[in-house]
Design a protein around this ligand. Structure first.
Ligand code: URA
Length: 190
């Protein structure tokens, strides 16, 4: 999409967006937020109830799990960039439809182009589908995937831990591994 040439412009465009029907039921659109300094961008699915209410990504229960996993890896949430595949909450937290993902894809593409993350951490199957056209999070998680000169690291969605607390360990181990890869490669991810 022409004109999405700074993060502020992307955030303003997201906040005013009427490209799909989700704009009719949202309280707030939820642009990405955080810092690109660490070189990591996290991409989730779509805002939930708390995010819709506050206009910020991952501020509910799933966000708490993500923040905790980051802290266990020694990383502060403010040092990473966090966004979603779809920027408005789907009614009743249903999965976003393909058409909604497609309507919103320009914003995610612009965030990636502007931030130039060294690694994009994909959180769960919806983001995996949007970014890699795949829905095999269980087999893809915990390792680097390269596509079209971008580097991805898929892991489970933090909300999965709410349904199966044993998955907290999986998420935490994956996130530790992600930052170990980032720290150890001197800018070259093999
Ligand atoms: N789940 C997501 O995928 N994104 C959010 O922002 C919150 C919950």
């Amino acid at each position: 999409m022409a004109g999405l040439n700074s993060m502020d412009v992307v955030a303003s465009a997201v906040s005013a967006c009427t490209r799909c029907d989700l704009c009719q039921s949202r309280t707030n659109a939820v642009p990405g937020m955080g810092s690109g300094e660490s070189g990591i961008m996290f991409v989730g699915e779509a805002p939930g109830r708390n995010e819709d209410f506050r206009g910020r990504p991952f501020v509910g229960r799933a966000g708490h799990i993500l923040t905790e996993a980051l802290e266990k890896a020694g990383v502060s949430r403010k040092d990473v960039y966090i966004t979603n595949t779809v920027k408005c909450r789907p009614p009743n937290n249903r999965n976003p439809h393909r058409t909604e993902r497609e309507s919103c894809k320009d914003y995610l593409d612009a965030e990636i182009r502007l931030l130039k993350p060294r690694i994009i951490c994909i959180l769960g199957n919806v983001a995996l589908k949007s970014l890699l056209g795949d829905d095999g999070i269980t087999s893809k998680r915990g390792s680097i995937v390269k596509k079209d000169s971008l580097v991805y690291f898929p892991t489970i969605h933090p909300a999965a831990v709410l349904y199966n607390p044993q998955l907290a360990h999986t998420l935490e181990q994956d996130i530790k591994k992600l930052f170990t890869i980032l720290d150890s490669d001197n800018g070259v991810i093999h």
